[in-house]
Unconditional design. Structure first.
Lengths: 262, 345
């Protein structure tokens, strides 16, 4: 009897948390199909008109593409810088390694506003004006920290003898890296890439300081909010939700595959 | 023919002198074991031969060529790692083919060599499996096949059986030895397990504190240890306190015994080192007299603990094939083959 009560309790509390987290999202999805322009229940009639409006809104579509460009480019470059850095931090010992490992997280732990302001005043020294390029560099900076910390954990878990075995069998360092180390890092890399894309896609504080006339998606939505929430925002949110959900499913699937193999 | 020659190798980790002026010659086709307690520098020595560590001084020559500073991928030696280090992202077959692919051999010859190697270690039917799906012993076989596939001048084995259970370890010892003879390859095997060393090797190098204490075959090592460390480290041994009388004479329990004294000065207090198997009972009443204290049955042997008086006890081992001639409390006389006795300080 007590056991049964316990089961009911854990079951219902788990679902309560799910509800708490996801109910607002589902309501937004519901609203995006609302025919009226006011977000209110009961919904009298459904339509796709906000999706149509969305696709006609060049500024919003432009913002989506800007965000995607920034997200993919910054993730790619951060991976190119961060992965060798994490590899080196793990493998070699050098002066100041311990402190480097600690301060590497700074760009994430510092409030975005501080990073944003700092970059805003620093970039002009190098002739970089506020622009999408500045935003790109800003995103690369904090994504590098993410990539290094995420991949360093996996490098540390990896059997150091794997790399030695590759050398032992005649593989030169580059070949050993691409054929042995990289494939064994696959799930960590996929996870890190997805995390970076998501972080870059909804980044506001740093972007806000560095962006000029053009807008990224979060900034555009933020701007729309001032004019009042239109159901267009609901429609775009629905899209973002679906893409994020797909990304999460992919990342958990690859992780599971890896675990069942291990 | 000498295939590997280490000359005056020194290796430091910081201030820690791990390998001290080590020299070693390895004959082609021999099974050499480097045996020693943990921290004696045996694995470091192996890693210097493999190229994972570079000595601070000294040279390593492989087939007459200086390889001291070559990276591992430019030396024709291969290693079987302690934890096997099979690539988890590849199948068994791909693991074995890896080294051959690095040599840029043709697809056909890679395929042929790979299946030949897998057949050799009886893993042919597991070619498409991932290493994680194999048992420890099977992974071991794949690791051996992967290393041997490259046709190395020397195969290095770093405690490869350490992770296996006793029964499997015995079987693999036998298989490894058989494989070595079949391939007629030079094996250098590192272990801290003396039984493994004694059963498999043509020659054993006993290492301690960064130096080789003795390099000889199992029988020599067992019955004619050259240092006190070797005598103590290998097997069980009796130590009888003695005083050195001369070049070939010591005084034990008021009796003069002929035995080589290894240049110890006269009058020095030392010990006569004797294996339990080297001591036997005798009817000769001029021999050492003692009392049987305890008899232990340990399978192949029966062990007698004999009290020689003055708080000196010896262990004697005799085959269990015959019924025990003595009972606890019996008065006995013992003697030994002084050929098999050693004297150390």
């Amino acid at each position: 009897m007590v056991q049964k009560l316990k089961n009911i309790f854990t079951f219902s509390s788990a679902w309560a948390v799910m509800l708490f987290l996801y109910l607002p999202l589902f309501i937004i999805i519901l609203y995006s199909f609302n025919n009226e322009s006011v977000n209110a229940f009961p919904i009298r009639s459904y339509s796709l008109k906000w999706y149509q409006a969305l696709f006609k809104d060049d500024e919003l579509i432009g913002a989506v593409f800007n965000s995607l460009k920034i997200a993919f480019a910054s993730t790619f470059i951060a991976l190119c810088i961060g992965m060798p850095a994490a590899y080196a931090i793990n493998k070699y010992s050098f002066w100041g390694k311990k402190s480097l490992e600690r301060i590497i997280l700074m760009p994430i732990t510092l409030p975005g506003i501080v990073t944003g302001v700092a970059m805003l005043s620093f970039f002009p020294f190098y002739g970089i004006n506020i622009s999408l390029t500045a935003v790109l560099i800003g995103h690369i900076t904090f994504l590098c920290a993410v990539v290094i910390t995420q991949l360093l954990v996996r490098f540390k878990q990896m059997d150091p003898f794997l790399e030695q075995a590759a050398y032992d069998l005649g593989a030169k360092p580059l070949s050993a890296f691409f054929k042995v180390i990289l494939p064994n890092m696959r799930t960590a890399i996929i996870g890190t890439v997805l995390l970076c894309l998501v972080l870059s896609m909804d980044e506001i504080p740093v972007t806000f300081f560095l962006i000029g006339g053009t807008n990224t998606l979060p900034i555009e939505i933020y701007g729309m909010m001032r004019r009042g929430i239109t159901p267009e925002v609901n429609a775009i949110s629905t899209f973002i939700f679906i893409f994020s959900a797909i990304a999460i499913i992919i990342s958990t699937r690859t992780n599971k595959k890896n675990k069942s193999a291990a | 023919m000498t295939i590997l020659e280490l000359q005056h190798i020194n290796k430091y980790y910081g201030n820690n002198h791990v390998v001290k002026d080590l020299s070693l010659q390895v004959e082609k086709g021999k099974f050499i074991t480097v045996l020693g307690p943990s921290g004696c520098g045996k694995t470091t020595t192996l890693r210097m031969i493999a190229g994972f560590e570079i000595p601070n001084s000294g040279t390593i020559q492989l087939s007459g060529k200086d390889i001291t500073n070559l990276p591992p991928y430019n030396r024709n030696v291969n290693t079987v790692f302690q934890n096997y280090a099979l690539f988890p992202n590849m199948t068994v077959e791909e693991n074995v083919a890896f080294g051959l692919q690095q040599k840029k051999l043709s697809k056909d010859s890679i395929k042929q060599k790979t299946s030949e190697m897998l057949e050799m270690v009886r893993m042919g039917s597991f070619a498409k499996r991932k290493p994680q799906e194999l048992s420890g012993g099977q992974q071991q076989r794949v690791a051996i096949a992967r290393a041997v596939a490259n046709d190395p001048d020397i195969l290095l084995l770093d405690e490869p059986l350490g992770a296996l259970d006793l029964k499997l370890r015995k079987q693999m010892q036998f298989e490894l030895k058989q494989l070595q003879q079949q391939l007629n390859k030079t094996f250098i095997y590192v272990t801290h397990d003396q039984e493994e060393a004694l059963t498999m090797s043509d020659e054993i190098a006993v290492m301690n504190g960064g130096v080789i204490e003795q390099l000889s075959n199992a029988n020599e090592l067992y019955y004619h240890p050259e240092t006190k460390f070797v005598a103590d480290f290998i097997g069980e041994i009796n130590v009888l306190p003695c005083t050195v009388n001369g070049k070939v004479s010591v005084n034990v329990l008021a009796k003069n015994i002929p035995v080589q004294t290894n240049g110890l000065s006269i009058g020095k207090n030392a010990g006569v080192y004797l294996r339990p198997e080297s001591i036997r009972f005798t009817a000769d009443t001029n021999a050492f007299k003692g009392t049987v204290v305890q008899i232990l049955f340990v399978g192949m042997f029966r062990k007698y603990k004999v009290d020689l008086g003055n708080n000196i006890f010896v262990t004697i081992a005799e085959t269990t094939a015959n019924a025990s001639p003595h009972n606890p409390g019996d008065e006995v006389y013992i003697t030994w083959n002084s050929e098999q006795a050693s004297v150390f300080e």
